[in-house]
Ligand binder design. Structure first.
Ligand SMILES: C[S@@+](CC[C@H](N)C(=O)[O-])C[C@H]1O[C@@H](n2cnc3c(N)ncnc32)[C@H](O)[C@@H]1O
Length: 365
């Protein structure tokens, strides 16, 4: 790990960003959570289009549902990936929606060269702004992030079920859980906390989108699955064949299974693409483009023993854009040494900066 500092300039000042300037391929790395922002580029689409674990599961769930049906692909991306697969598998017609202008423009060129182009109606804009007549029988929407809900899947599906889909429509993916478990970020990065230099362009784009720096959501690429100190507690259990509540609070109790240190929660997904896909995808255990997120709880890494308990209250609250959630976490660690409380608010957009020690290490103003 080679640590350095980069500067991000914004209207009222500058922020120093700790960077690992020579990240080692396959080692743990810190990235911002990118999927919930309109910053998709060829690299991110490449990672998804070449994610065989994800694609095998989605294909197995989607393709049997397609023949003779009307299919809606929400967020088709620049590769028009699922819309073309559905057309190839005999869908009667496919409507593909894409929110980002650049991605839509590339998708338009790709589609023009595809043999299935006559079957696919590619439209620009967010699903909330489109009507569909007749409604679709099948919906594929890969709007799943580090958390099951973080890319706006719940708002998109609630709207789609109300206006765009027939009753009983097949939705791929069918369901997704978010799990959390105690971890020490500092033990994952003993040489110091720093963003992977590959992540720097995305970090800047998220700050630009937000109108300045803030404590954006962190993810850990390539964490050792053994780094968590308890089994995962389920804080979101979402099904997409119906509208789910946008806002919800869940309480879980996590029993520490071995001695170690804790400064926050690792959060990951378990995704069920649908009938036909024989396994669920676990973003902590499986090599996929989905990376676990990290939510800080305590400013220092606290020693814990087997049998200690972390009680977590996990709240999902829709942010002011009405689509993407913020997450509010309150935790109590009960140890033989005493009880310690910690909390964190992970915002989609915001002004909070340096609210937890990990952010003060990653950024300097
Ligand atoms: C995670 S990518 C998935 C891309 C592609 N479907 C795939 O599976 O490889 C999500 C895509 O959906 C788009 N998007 C997100 N929310 C959307 C919405 N409500 N309506 C239309 N497009 C959306 C994003 O711009 C992005 O291109």
């Amino acid at each position: 790990m080679a640590l350095s500092r980069e500067t991000y300039n914004y209207r009222d000042g500058r922020v120093g960003i700790a960077i690992d300037s020579s990240p080692e391929y396959g080692s743990p790395a810190i990235w911002p959570s990118v999927g919930e922002y309109p910053i998709y580029d060829p690299y991110l689409y490449y990672a998804m289009s070449n994610d065989t674990v994800r694609n095998d599961a989605f294909r197995a769930a989607l393709l049997p549902a397609c023949p003779g049906r009307r299919v809606l692909d929400i967020g088709t991306g620049e590769n028009v990936h699922w819309a073309l697969e559905a057309a190839r598998q005999g869908a009667q017609s496919v409507v593909a929606l894409e929110a980002m202008p650049r991605s839509h423009a590339v998708a338009t060129k790709r589609l023009a060269q595809a043999p299935e182009r006559e079957k696919v109606d590619l439209r620009y804009g967010v699903s909330f702004d489109h009507d569909l007549d007749p409604r679709a029988d099948v919906c594929v929407a890969e709007l799943i992030g580090s958390f099951a809900s973080s890319e706006g899947m719940l708002a998109a599906m609630a709207d789609a079920h109300a206006r765009l889909l027939n009753p009983g429509a097949v939705v791929v993916p069918a369901a997704c859980d978010t799990l959390v478990a105690p971890v020490s970020l500092r033990d994952l990065f003993p040489a110091g906390l720093a963003f992977s230099s590959d992540a720097l362009p995305y970090l800047r784009q998220i700050f630009d989108f937000n109108g300045g720096p803030f404590d954006l959501r962190l993810t850990v690429v390539n964490p050792d699955p053994g780094c968590v100190l308890s089994s995962g507690g389920v804080v979101e259990q979402l099904r997409f064949d119906r509208a789910e509540p946008l806002d919800a609070t869940t309480e879980v109790e996590l029993r520490i299974e071995r001695a170690g240190r804790v400064d926050g929660l690792l959060c990951w997904i378990r995704l069920d693409a649908g009938p036909g896909a024989d396994t669920t995808i676990d973003s902590l255990l499986d090599k996929t483009n989905w990376t676990p997120a990290y939510l800080p709880l305590f400013d220092e890494s606290l020693d814990v023993c087997e049998g200690d308990v972390v009680t977590v209250s996990f709240e999902r609250r829709t942010s002011p854009d009405g689509v993407h959630p913020d997450y509010l976490v309150d935790a109590t660690l009960t140890r033989s040494l005493g009880v310690v409380s910690g909390s964190f608010v992970s915002c989609y957009r915001g002004r909070s900066f340096g609210t937890a020690a990990v952010y003060r290490e990653l950024f300097s103003s």
